[in-house]
Design a protein. Structure first.
Length: 353
């Protein structure tokens, strides 16, 4: 692309959990998911190295924030936003995950703490004085209604177990809806040096640059306990970039088809959490994530696919997603980690560098 410039700031392949990306167009500078966290205990590197990479990433993100006009937070996990260092949001437009709906309890609590700090720093007020305390009566459809491919997919012997998981998931979803109705509403904000918008399903124009945001999507499998995210589309004239956030593969077939229909020239795609294989990731869902990534590689006319985040937390990541890498070679598509794109070695394979 010529008008949309992509600069990965920090990713898992560089040694700390993050998918922070700076996007530059002639009209806007956009920083997506400015957060970072140290690698998990199982990551094959000394703790001192993990802390070193995390601190290096934090400094890189802070530096990148100085270039940005717009900051995007796709969800409230610490590797996707700065929760306490609020200085990076000064004089920005902040497009952040709606904290009032399609959110689990832990992220709601994090968001409440975050916006309490935002109100104190940028509004010289307290959040409680701005929240609407009256409950809402909004109706929410069955999430499976938006997932016709995934919900009707035949998994043979696993179908019965999957139906049981869906029933449990629907009950949890109904519980979340009840919470959304009774929780005080955290409003959008328009302070002198910070504007906060909740962008899911919306379109924003900045000159000839368009920012589009998906509706809330599951963070991983259907009815994921982890919550919801959104992905970001940046367009300028005939160029298109997608930062897909935490779709974990994607695991869900309908999300893969959405990306294919968008057909971006550049895509940032997170992989399945293979370091959780056998624990929070089973063989069925790993296979789904691999097949969906293969479909994306085959289905889009991409100049570049950065395949990073979650995936780069254990050494067998290429082995466990081998079909994706092989398909990229067959299709002559450029598929690589963020570290490789930046000309560095992927840290998990060379932990002592």
């Amino acid at each position: 692309m010529e008008k949309i410039i992509i600069e990965p700031v920090w990713f898992d392949s560089l040694g700390a959990k993050s998918s922070c990306t700076l996007v530059k167009t002639p009209d806007a500078r956009i920083l997506i998911d400015p957060g970072i966290a140290a690698m998990q205990p199982s990551f094959p590197a000394p703790d001192a190295k993990k802390r070193q990479w995390c601190e290096a990433g934090r400094k890189a993100i802070k530096s990148a924030s100085k270039e940005a006009d717009i900051i995007i937070i796709s969800h409230y996990h610490y590797d996707h936003y700065f929760a306490t260092d609020l200085s990076i949001y000064k004089d920005k437009i902040l497009c952040a995950k709606n904290p009032n709906e399609y959110i689990n309890d832990s992220q709601r609590a994090r968001a409440t703490s975050f916006y309490s700090g935002i109100c104190k720093v940028y509004g010289k007020t307290n959040l409680e004085s701005l929240m609407k305390t009256k409950g809402r009566g909004k109706k929410y459809p069955d999430p499976l209604a938006d997932l016709p491919i995934a919900s009707h997919k035949d998994f043979g012997d696993y179908n019965k177990r999957r139906s049981e998981l869906f029933e449990r998931g629907k009950r949890r979803f109904d519980g979340r809806v009840a919470n959304w109705a009774k929780n005080p509403v955290i409003p959008e904000f328009n302070f002198p040096s910070l504007t906060v918008k909740y962008p899911e399903g919306k379109v924003f124009k900045f000159g000839n640059t368009t920012l589009r945001f998906s509706k809330p999507l599951f963070h991983g499998i259907e009815f994921s306990r982890v919550g919801w995210v959104f992905y970001t589309i940046v367009e300028h004239e005939n160029e298109k970039f997608i930062h897909s956030s935490d779709l974990n593969g994607p695991v869900i077939e309908d999300y893969a088809q959405q990306i294919i229909c968008e057909n971006p020239q550049v895509l940032i795609l997170d992989g399945p959490m293979t370091y959780m294989f056998g624990y929070l990731l089973n063989r069925i869902n790993l296979n789904r994530a691999v097949e969906n990534a293969v479909e994306i590689v085959r289905g889009i006319d991409a100049e570049l696919i950065i395949y990073d985040h979650h995936l780069l937390r254990e050494r067998k990541f290429r082995e466990r997603t081998e079909k994706v890498w092989n398909t990229a070679k067959e299709e002559n598509k450029k598929l690589m980690t963020a570290a490789e794109f930046l000309g560095h070695k992927t840290v998990v394979l060379y932990p002592n560098i």
